[in-house]
Write a protein that binds this ligand. Structure first.
Ligand code: NHR
Ligand code: GAR
Length: 221
């Protein structure tokens, strides 16, 4: 009997946006059973994204909104927004989503859209973060989770995790070290939102109604 009770009832519905491998999606799936969120759908802008298979395997609805099928960015954004709205999520979670989103889209979801970015923001927004951190001679690198605002990777930081950069690191080795931290951090932050602890107000991130510092919260709260 018990195993047939729908454990998604009363959980905070989220939609996850991906473009590729989806290892962060997998971490969110794996943690969801013991968390207060449920993944209503996974949407990819790339039809070949491996994360779509991860979602299907977990019995989660999948959608593709292929950016190559639209004449311009605004048309893509409108189609993506309608696809998301069908699921009425409380939170939109970017997990390795690689398309820049326009102001109208981001403002529509203001305060209920977050991203995980592989750098210690505000350092290294954009792409190739691991290579850039190594080339700059940084001793430390890491991951940030932030609210998405119009400014690319510029929204208020919710939480960060640091990793060392070692003398012989390649971008690939460093990326793997950062990903391990990502997989722990993202489910924890999504659960903060799901339990009503996390908000955005006046372009600041708040946890338990307290404004978070520029580097965000400690991860193990
Ligand atoms: N959109 C807005 N408005 N604000 C943010 O903070 C966003 C965003 C969209 C995506 C994720 C981000 C990251 O974590 C993200 C944050 C892709 C690009 C990009 O320039 C920028 C930031 C991020 C992801 N993408 C290229 C583009 O032309 C395409 C690259 C590709 O397809 O491989 O959109 O780093
Ligand atoms: C992760 O490192 C994520 O932080 C990063 O891409 C990887 C996706 O891995 N995101 C970005 O760079 C966003 N522009 P995943 O698909 O296995 O989760």
């Amino acid at each position: 009997m018990g195993e047939f009770i729908d454990m998604t009832l009363n959980k905070c519905p989220i939609v996850v946006l991906i473009s590729g491998n989806g290892s962060n999606l997998q971490a969110l799936i794996d943690a969801s059973e013991k968390s207060d969120y449920t993944i209503s759908a996974v949407i990819s802008n790339r039809p070949q994204a491996y994360g779509l298979e991860r979602a299907a395997r977990a019995g989660i609805a999948t959608r593709v909104v292929d950016h190559t099928g639209f004449g311009n960015r605004d048309e893509f954004d409108v189609a993506l927004r309608s696809a998301i709205d069908e699921y009425q999520p409380a939170l939109v979670v970017l997990a390795g989503f690689m398309r820049l989103l326009g102001g109208d889209f981001v403002n529509y979801f203001a305060g209920r859209i977050i991203n995980i970015h592989p750098s210690l923001l505000p350092k290294y927004p954009g792409t190739h973060t691991h290579q850039r951190a190594i080339e700059a001679g940084e001793k430390e690198h890491g991951v940030s989770v932030h609210f998405v605002t119009e400014e690319m990777d510029g929204g208020p930081v919710i939480a960060q995790q640091r990793v060392p950069i070692r003398a012989d690191d390649t971008p690939e080795v460093l990326a793997a070290r950062v990903l391990e931290k990502e997989h722990l951090l993202y489910p924890a932050v999504v659960n903060w939102f799901a339990t009503g602890r996390l908000q955005m107000a006046d372009n600041k991130a708040l946890l338990d109604n307290a404004v978070l510092p520029p580097h965000g919260a400690e991860a193990n709260q």
